[in-house]
Structure formats: structure tokens, C-alpha cells
Design a protein around this ligand. Sequence first.
Ligand code: DOR
Ligand code: ZN
Ligand code: ZN
Length: 424
Amino acid sequence: MKLLIKNGVVVTENKEIKADILLNGKTIEKIAPDIKNVKDVCETIDANGKHVLAGIIDMHVHLREPGFEGKEDIESGCKAAVKGGVTQVCCMPNTNPVCDNAVVATYIKHRAEEVNLCKVNPIGSITKGQNGESLSDIGKMKAAGVVAISDDGKSVSDSQIMRLAMEYANDFDLKCLCHCEDGSLVDGGVVNEGYNSTLCGLKGSLRAAEDIMIARDIALSESLDIPVHICHVSTYSGAALIKSAKERGVKVTAETCPQYFILTDDIITSYDTNTKVNPPVREEKDKQAIIRALKDGTIDCIVTDHAPHSLKDKQVEYNLAAFGISGIETSFALSYTYLVKSGLMTLGELSEKMSRNPAKILGLDGGELKEGAAADLTIVDLNEKYVIDGNKFVSKGKNTPFNGFEVYGAVKYTIVNGEIKYKA
Ligand code: DOR
Ligand code: ZN
Ligand code: ZN
């Protein structure tokens, strides 16, 4: 089946050109000005006035299935993904049962195939049941299709276990995705420790709780010469650790999320539990440093850490509420508005952070707009403005701190494997 996209502005790393794109099944067949007289074109999309990007790849989401379908399931999560312009996700293993074996990984892949919306890559856990003690069936999970391993939700506190995990995973060509948090130092903290935590009477968590684990995982990576990926960087000091490690040639990559380059912990003074996320939103100097780190390449990619929760998990007092933000439907518009429209980076650079680099880091198919690449595309209208309203999310998780934010960059079409999976 062929699909022709006419008159859009095609965005690649360093240029934006007006061109047509012909998709043939799962592959981009041709990118050229004014493609015509094509036989067997099933559908033509008029992308005049719109921008065509490599499909967005969100390498850090929580789909909650199996086990927490009240928060999200693979179907609702994939619907939310394609609405957000996301063509491919990698889902974290903190489900119930934990994705620590080939059976759960296979289940997720099968269910995603039935749902047939975006591509879904399971991430296996580092340790069995995420207990931090014994390694999961890493080789068998790799054979079942996991693309990385992570104990996301917490760190592996035992450094020897982490070392063994990195070595073992590396033998299977898998990376560890490190949620960096020293649990003993967090000690029940629910927000960033600083002026606002004191003002609000909420228990804080130091930057050091994150930085210590970033430093440890960089040290392991450097000593072992094994690549490592740091999840959701939120501190200025963590970004500095990664920058200097990269300067020494350490094989470290890193991600951040819109909440860390858009918000500051001033938002917690509302006591809105939708602002509760782990790591916590920090202060202005962190936000500015995260933006700089995105610009200078210290932080390679933007992910959502899409963490949907049910109302009952959030409509409780701040200390008891679940950590997490439902982010997959708003990540493109927020990133576009705050990074590109504000003049901090080009659309091509944003596309690198949201598509190309995640694909490179995990060795995934996609992330590029060129002939012969996967026919995964996101078509956006950069001039269309809207106001974020979590109640309109298709995700089961309505938990966003961005309610009322006015953003530009509406997703118009999401195309996966040459098929339209979402149309606004
Ligand atoms: O805010 C968070 N939510 N951070 C995490 O590390 C886990 C996630 C979740 O699973 O809800
Ligand atoms: Zn995490
Ligand atoms: Zn996460």
C-alpha cells in the first residue's frame, strides 16, 4: 500500500525543505519535490502548511499492563501515544508481574501487536521483581525482544549487582537505563528540598540523592568501559556530572522530560498532587542548566516518563499521592513551544532529541526521515495553538501539571509502518 504526503515541510537535522513523501508499505520510498503519476497510491495527505517529522520515539513510558490496568493499559497508552505524535515507545518494567522474564516481555509485544497502533518495545527489569538482589533473565528477555533493562521507579542500590547487570547486559548488547536515586537519602522526600519544600511543609529530597547515583553509574560505566544511559535528569549538578564524563569520553547518554525544562518547584505551592513526580521538579537554576544541557548535547533526548495514575492515586494528600505525570499527549507541543518557538533550538534539533537520538541509543528502527527509512512519521501544525486540558486526554491518566498551559504545535497525523494511526 502506498501513501503520498504532499506539500509538507520536511524536517531533517539541518534543513527544512518543502517536498512530497511517498510511503510504500513500511518504508519511505521517495522524498522529492512534486511527486506525481504514482501508480497504486491509496491515499494522499495534503500537508500544505504543516511540518513532517521523523516519527517521535519516546524511550521512557509506563504502560502499566499487566497489573495496573486501572491506571493505563497497552491499548489506552498506545492511543495516547499516537495522539501525541509518538510512533514508537519503550515501556518500563514496573508492572505486576514485573517484566523480569521472557513471558511478560512476550505478552507485552503480543498485546501491542493486537492493539496495532504504535510500535512498543518492552524494557526488562535489571533485577527479579525489581528487588535489587538477583539479576533477571536478561538473555532470555533479549531473545524475547526487550530493547534495554532498567529497574525504573528505583535505583539498584547494591553497586556490585549494578556492575554485574551492566556487564551481563552488555554481553547481550543491551544498555542499562538508570533511574538515579539514593533511596536512603530520599528518605520519604516528596518534593525538591529547598525554599519551597520548607514553605509548604513538605519533606524534601536533595539533589544529592539523584547526583550520587548518577556519579556512581558513570563511575561504573567508566571503569568497565560499558555504555550507560541516565534517565530523567533533573538537577544542574547531575547535568554537570554527565557533561564532564562525556568530555572524558565516557559512554554515557542521558534524557530529560518537559517538566524539568519548563517547570520549577514554585508549582508545588498549589499542593496540586499532579505536580508530584520523581525525580521532583527542581529550581530555576536546574531548569536553566537542563536547557543548556539539551542545547550543548550533554542531554541527548527528550522522553516523557509518561506515568499515568488513576484519580484515586492522586486525589489524596500530597504525601500519600503517587509520583508521576501523564505526559505522552503533550510532549511535542510543550517541547516545541518552550524550546523551538522560544528560539532556543531549531525544529531539526528538537527532532534529533525526540526521534533520532532515542533510536540511536537503543538501536531502534526509525528516527530518520530519508529514503529507505521506516515509514514512521509525525505531521504537525506549528501554528495551531491550544490549551492543555488533562480531562481531554485519551490516556487513563489525567494527571498533568500543565493544565491551562497554552501551547503551539498540534499533532495532525501519526503514521506508523506507512499506515495512518491517528488523524486529528
Ligand atoms: O514519577 C515517577 N513515576 N517516577 C518514577 O520513577 C516512576 C513513575 C511511575 O511508575 O509512576
Ligand atoms: Zn524513573
Ligand atoms: Zn519512569
